[in-house]
Design a protein around this ligand. Structure first.
Ligand code: CDP
Ligand code: CDP
Length: 224
């Protein structure tokens, strides 16, 4: 079978990866794969089962019956673990606080990476945009389009704060920075690897960022 068109998008928290990738996939008729949601779903399950995420073997044990599904249709996004729909629950601050410790376990990364690659390879739509931290480097280094989506730290914090209803207390920003710092010990998503195009969205609004990504995928320079 012919491999479908793969697009890889990485970047730090709050750079716009999820929302921009989903909108671009919708515009192109592609699937959209949120890999962070898989790490969050496993962290949610660990919390649900009372598993200490610092006990690597206990987390690895959860993989045996880790039955999750993430909607690939950009118009029908959901996250399911077992019989539970956890689309909202995995965004809980309690999950955000532990997800990096789940994601740093090599066996966890290998297990999920295999699943991500399977989703990239097969599907009804002609292409798929996969978004995360190590997609351009580890999960899909052969993807014909690989993009590092960046934005200044101030812009990323402001966007996240706005999403959460204008929280200007600074705690949102601190949590994002702390999670990025932990994640950076495992994978570098701040510097573009060789052959990866950097898309800096600091001075672009949402629609402009989507247009820039779509243009990169279509292989034409963005208008203007
Ligand atoms: O959307 P946000 O930037 O808040 O994070 P996410 O994409 O939902 O990812 C949640 C967490 O999953 C990250 O903080 C990483 O610890 C982990 N992750 C990863 O290790 N590798 C990926 N490809 C994607 C996410
Ligand atoms: O997935 P990631 O953590 O990288 O970011 P996101 O959750 O997709 O985006 C965070 C917020 O930034 C969303 O509310 C986006 O609409 C917003 N955003 C923006 O205001 N301007 C951009 N150029 C890109 C995203």
């Amino acid at each position: 079978s012919i491999r479908r068109f793969a697009v890889a998008v990485d970047g730090p928290a709050g750079s716009g990866k999820s929302s921009v990738s989903r909108a671009a996939a919708r515009e192109l008729g592609f699937d959209y794969q949120d890999t962070g949601a898989a790490y969050r779903a496993l962290a949610w399950l660990a919390a649900q089962r009372g598993v200490d995420v610092d006990l690597e073997d206990a987390v690895i044990g959860l993989l045996d019956d880790f039955d999750y599904e993430i909607g690939l249709d950009p118009d029908d996004y959901f996250v399911r673990v077992g019989r539970d729909t956890v689309t909202e629950a995995i965004r809980d601050p309690a999950v955000s606080a532990i997800v990096s410790r789940v994601a740093r376990i090599p066996r966890v990364r290998e297990h999920l990476t295999d699943i991500f690659r399977g989703r990239i390879a097969q599907g009804d739509r002609p292409g798929i945009i996969t978004e995360g931290r190590d997609i351009t480097t580890i999960v899909a280094p052969d993807a014909p389009v690989r993009v590092l989506l960046t934005a200044s730290e101030a812009a990323r914090q402001a966007r996240r704060a706005a999403e959460l209803g204008g929280d200007t207390s600074g705690s949102v920003g601190q949590q994002l920075s702390a999670r990025d710092a932990q994640d950076l010990r495992v994978v570098d998503f701040m510097n573009a690897a060789e052959g990866v195009t950097t898309l800096d969205s600091t001075d672009l609004d949402f629609e402009q960022t989507v247009a820039a990504l779509v243009a990169l995928i279509r292989g034409v320079p963005p208008a203007g």
